[in-house]
Design a protein around this ligand. Structure first.
Ligand SMILES: [Zn+2]
Length: 221
């Protein structure tokens, strides 16, 4: 009943780019089986970044179209994506807009400010071996610029009980030579001129909860 249509088989993936910029920072003779970023590669055209993560065995994380975000971290920049139709912006990035009216519109890259505000937060009283001595650690979900979503990272430079919802933050990057293109390349700190509000009953309660953690950390060698 119908004509035979010869469909040209669609290629599933684009050709792999050529990677010339390769860096390896795996420490010599390390037997540590924990999680460590051990290198990355960036394509000739600068568009694609892959990372090598050692976590018991070696993994390659292919960032594909999200590469600009991770490359940006190496340069001390935060890149987000923006929908040209509705104007929504995201960090962590989305390659397509999720708003139903936008019909999966492809997003565009936008450079974000190095400022954020606390969406929500928690205090970690326990952690992996490598960060035990830094406990208690304040973890925040923070909204960078006008992003519609929040990103998780550590908040430094504050007593844990002084954190407030909506408080303004600045983004601080590690020195360039220590960055590996991962979100751990930066952390949050309270914005300049921000002052904690006076003690409350709730703040005192949190202070009492973290006191044993500080004491315990002092006993660690
Ligand atoms: Zn949209």
């Amino acid at each position: 009943m119908s004509e035979a249509v010869v469909m040209k088989k669609k290629k599933k993936f684009a050709d792999e780019p050529n990677f010339t910029e390769k860096k390896s920072y795996r420490p010599e003779g390390v037997k540590e089986t924990g999680l460590a970023f051990v290198g990355h590669e960036i394509s000739d055209d600068g568009e694609v970044m892959n990372q090598f993560l050692h976590y018991d065995q070696l993994y390659t994380i292919r960032h594909g179209r999200n590469s600009k975000f991770f490359k940006g971290l190496l340069d001390g920049e935060i890149w987000g994506t923006k929908c040209p139709k509705c104007g929504d912006t995201w960090v962590p990035v989305r390659t397509n807009c999720w708003n139903l009216d936008c019909n999966l519109q492809e997003t565009e890259w936008v450079k974000m400010p190095l400022t954020a505000k606390v969406h929500t937060w928690t205090i970690a009283g326990w952690s992996g071996k490598s960060s035990l001595k830094r406990l208690p650690i304040v973890l925040v979900y923070a909204v960078i610029g006008d992003s519609k979503v929040a990103i998780a990272n550590e908040l430094h430079g504050i007593e844990p009980w002084n954190v407030e919802f909506g408080m303004p933050l600045k983004i601080m990057f590690k020195p360039k030579e220590e960055r590996v293109g991962a979100v751990t390349d930066f952390h949050f700190e309270p914005a300049d001129r921000w002052e904690p509000s006076p003690m409350t009953e709730e703040k005192e309660r949190i202070q009492q909860l973290v006191e044993p953690v500080y004491k315990w950390v002092k006993t660690l060698k």
